[in-house]
Write a new protein. Sequence first.
Length: 119
Amino acid sequence: MPIFFQQQINESTRLGIWKIEETEEFFKGNVPLHRDVTHPHKRLQHLAGRFLLQFLFPDFPYHLIEIADTRKPFLPNEQYHFSISHCGDYAAAIVSKDSRVGIDIEIPMEKILKISKNF
């Protein structure tokens, strides 16, 4: 399994980054597609992000995920708070049982170095 990075932040929060090397069929066999994603690579990223949720917390109920008007996925009962990001061949997720969380990944580019002083 190509887990690229994993961190237990505290007792209730875990973060993971997955290097996507599997086929779409691998993910489809393990995770349902929650929305129509027509671009093949975007669909693969979508599936890998959902897969990573259950990798971090095996009892994560990804089948209950709903999509807000803002396009942010959420669980209606807030059993878990989570955030998913993907870029290139990587998917990242952070999941917490008790805190709202957020994650974003980007491929390092020269443009980022130019604006890095803003962060």
